[in-house]
Design a binder for this molecule. Structure first.
Ligand code: PLP
Length: 429
């Protein structure tokens, strides 16, 4: 093994330099399937390699084959941020190498997780007293929520909107429940007038993947409450906006739901992965997940977080959230969210003002869906992205292809959004 302190210095220099230069790299790599594998040896090395040699390969083989999510003009899907606090935290997490499966397996990690989830719940305006814990992704969090719902009502149907993320249907499938999509209204919001007779759970989305529409949560909550049906809220993207009081409307009614997931790894400046899940019914999660083998006997009066989700081994993700919340401060996080919303509104105003272009859906957060009326918008987005200057993805709404510009990286500036618009305009054939 080479000298750890020297390697750490190399790694920190590499990380800082990467963040400084990433804005000059092509956002999407110019590679075809198999290109990277062809550059890698078929066998693992017999003899140890030095960190310096591996860093050199990182620069020549891996980085040129990466899509740069930390690029300030990454506007595809839901853009996110590998923030400085998050990067520092990941180093500390691996250094500590804590497995936060039970309280005894790492008491302070369990208590930090419960504490930062309480902090974040308060910042988001969630009800006091809900149990919060961290899962890797919203996909897993929704599996956990639907498994809990199934404990109360086995064998029923999960309803989610036509615009729900596909992870909802996948979660239903994984827990052995049928899934039925519900039609949306003109604003891409789930209709609330469907029959609930055979329902085990309803999943409402706050910030759908396509347009960031917000389902009528309070109305759905009233119906679910009356029918005794579990209501899970997928606020993976937009939930983070609720740290700003003026955007807290998006979680209206969530206090009457049974569970809610928000992804700090989407729009709360936390690197992959960190998904926060709260429930007002922790006892149902416990009943669903608490299997206690002899070798992991519970500690009395302690919370064992393995009893609230599918995984036994659990990373110390709370440390990452702790650093993000402390090093930005709530004010810093609010300022970033507000800036992203401002930039999205500004971008939408440019689209509105430009002949031939149109905004195609409401854009209350940091994502704008738009299209050129005459162009092939898939081709247009591909051409713009092929410049290397930005990355935008497309989706289909009511049979039409539309481009999505999703702002979510802490390093994105107005100049980046302006440049994206110039490149898009220049990409119209
Ligand atoms: N829910 C919504 C609304 C999403 O947009 C996404 C992903 O983009 C997910 C859930 C899945 O998130 P994850 O990748 O954390 O599983």
């Amino acid at each position: 093994m080479s000298d750890f302190r020297a390697d750490l210095a190399l790694a920190s220099e590499w990380a800082a330099a990467y963040l400084e230069r990433v804005g000059g790299l092509p956002v999407l790599p110019d590679v075809a399937p198999g290109d990277t594998r062809a550059l890698l040896p078929a066998e693992a090395p017999e003899a140890p390699d030095t960190f310096a040699a591996i860093l050199a390969d990182l620069d020549t083989i891996i980085v040129p084959g990466l899509t740069h999510w930390n690029h300030p003009r990454f506007f595809a899907w839901f853009a996110n941020t590998g923030s400085e606090p998050g990067i520092l935290a990941e180093l500390l997490i691996a250094t500590l190498n804590v497995n936060n499966m039970t309280w005894l397996s790492s008491p302070a990690a369990t208590e930090l997780e419960l504490t930062v989830l309480d902090w974040l719940a308060r910042l988001l305006g969630l009800p006091a007293g809900w149990h919060g814990h961290i899962e890797d992704t919203a996909s897993t969090a929704t599996v956990a929520a639907l498994a809990a719902a199934r404990t109360l009502r086995p064998g029923g149907v999960v309803y989610g909107s036509e615009q729900a993320n596909f992870s909802v249907e996948k979660a239903a499938r994984l827990v052995g429940l049928d899934y039925r999509p519900v039609a949306v209204d003109d604003d891409y919001r789930m209709r609330a007038d469907f029959a609930l007779d055979d329902a085990t759970a309803v999943v409402a989305t706050v910030g759908t993947t396509g347009t960031t529409s917000v389902d009528p949560v309070r109305e759905l909550a009233a119906r679910c409450r009356e029918a005794g049906v579990w209501l899970h809220i997928d606020a993976a993207y937009a939930g983070s906006a609720a740290i700003c009081p003026e955007l807290r409307w998006c979680l209206d009614g969530v206090d009457e739901a049974d569970s809610v997931v928000v992804n700090p790894h989407k729009w709360l400046f936390t690197p992959m992965d960190c998904s926060t899940l709260w429930t007002r019914r922790p006892e149902v999660f416990h009943e669903t997940f608490a299997l206690v083998p002899d070798y992991l006997a519970a500690t009395s009066a302690a919370v064992d977080l393995k009893d609230y989700g599918p995984a036994l081994g659990r990373r110390f993700r709370a440390l990452k959230l702790w650093l993000v919340l402390r090093m930005y401060g709530a004010e810093g996080l609010r300022a970033l969210i507000r800036e992203h919303v401002r930039l999205a509104q500004l971008f939408a105003s440019w689209v509105d003002a430009e002949p031939g272009w149109e905004v195609v859906a409401a854009h209350p957060f940091s994502t704008v869906c738009f299209r050129h009326r005459e162009a092939d918008n898939d081709e247009l987005a591909r051409r713009a992205t092929a410049t290397g200057e930005l990355f935008v993805a497309t989706t289909r709404l009511r049979g039409q292809s539309v481009i999505r510009l999703a702002i979510g990286n802490a390093r994105t500036t107005e100049a980046d959004v302006r440049r994206a618009w110039e490149v898009l305009c220049a990409s119209v054939a």
